[in-house]
Design a protein around this ligand. Structure first.
Ligand code: SF4
Length: 277
């Protein structure tokens, strides 16, 4: 697994002494394994700084224990730890979820999390932002966008190849590692992680794709690797058909295709819904 992750790192990024890499860490097994591996591959001896960034979405009983795990790991391994919170935006998931109506709470959560994550990575001066997405997550995203016919978004799935102003490029060191292997690695290596369940996860659209991918894998072992490999083969074509749009900067400071970014639009909507409680 370590060899495969190192190969992915070499394939996806180019780093130089003095560079910084921000790692999005929730405290779950995947992001903790990504943080552990990146901090052992890079670090002071090759002049690359690893920073952990955690987002508190405001979910009582779920996020606080995982934040403690990340904080502890960082302090034991001398990794700078950065914590950002939805409360800075004047919202929290415990108030948004009950009023999210037809939309899944995860729609708001994902967009606000990406905004804070990108903002913090930019403030750190990171050359890249690493996430803990594993093979299962990646294949579910491919399937989800394919079934929805959202080819433009399919073309934009990480790792990002083009550096865009204001957007710290993502890379996914675990994208070829099945979820069960990251779990096994975390257990065998003694990496502490939080395995609590978000109270809103059942409402995530992604779940139906999780079931489809799991069933496919069970019936035809190797399906996940085949889907990823087919996607990687198609990627250059998708990229040339849907090249990354030129981004503008929204008044909140985040990059956006149009004038107002998605996060500001959803924030206004969330605040209105919360206000109507
Ligand atoms: S399951 Fe949904 S609401 Fe819960 S943390 Fe994940 S994205 Fe946010």
């Amino acid at each position: 697994m370590e060899k495969r992750v190192k190969k992915e790192i070499r394939r996806q990024i180019r780093v130089y002494p003095g560079d910084k890499i921000a790692v999005a860490v929730s405290g779950g097994k995947d992001s903790m394994v990504a943080l552990k591996m990146l901090s052992s591959v890079f670090g002071p001896r090759n002049g690359i700084e690893i920073h952990a960034v955690t987002i508190d979405e405001g979910i009582e009983g779920y996020r606080p224990p995982s934040v403690d795990i990340v904080r502890r790991f960082c302090s034991e391994n001398s990794i700078p730890f950065h914590l950002r919170s939805f409360f800075e935006l004047g919202v929290d998931m415990d108030r948004i979820a009950p009023v999210s109506g037809e939309s899944s709470p995860c729609t708001y959560c994902g967009v606000f999390r990406r905004r804070l994550m990108n903002d913090e990575a930019r403030k750190i001066g990171a050359r890249y932002l690493a996430t803990g997405h594993n093979l299962d997550d990646t294949v579910q995203s491919v399937m989800m966008n394919f079934v929805r016919g959202d080819i433009e978004r399919l073309a934009r799935l990480g790792p990002h190849e083009k550096v865009q102003p204001g957007l710290v490029p993502r890379f996914l060191p675990l994208r070829t590692i099945p979820e069960k292997e990251t779990l096994l690695y975390a257990l065998v290596s003694g990496t502490e992680f939080w395995d609590g369940e978000c109270p809103y996860w059942k409402e995530a659209l992604r779940n139906q794709y999780r079931d489809v991918v799991d069933e496919l894998e069970e019936r035809s072992p190797g399906s996940r690797f085949s889907i990823l490999s087919s996607y990687d083969t198609l990627r250059p074509m998708l990229y040339s058909g849907f090249p990354p749009a030129s981004l503008r900067i929204c008044e909140c400071g985040e990059p956006s295709v149009g004038g107002t970014c998605k996060s500001c639009q959803l924030l206004e909507d969330a605040r209105r819904r919360i206000g109507n409680l």
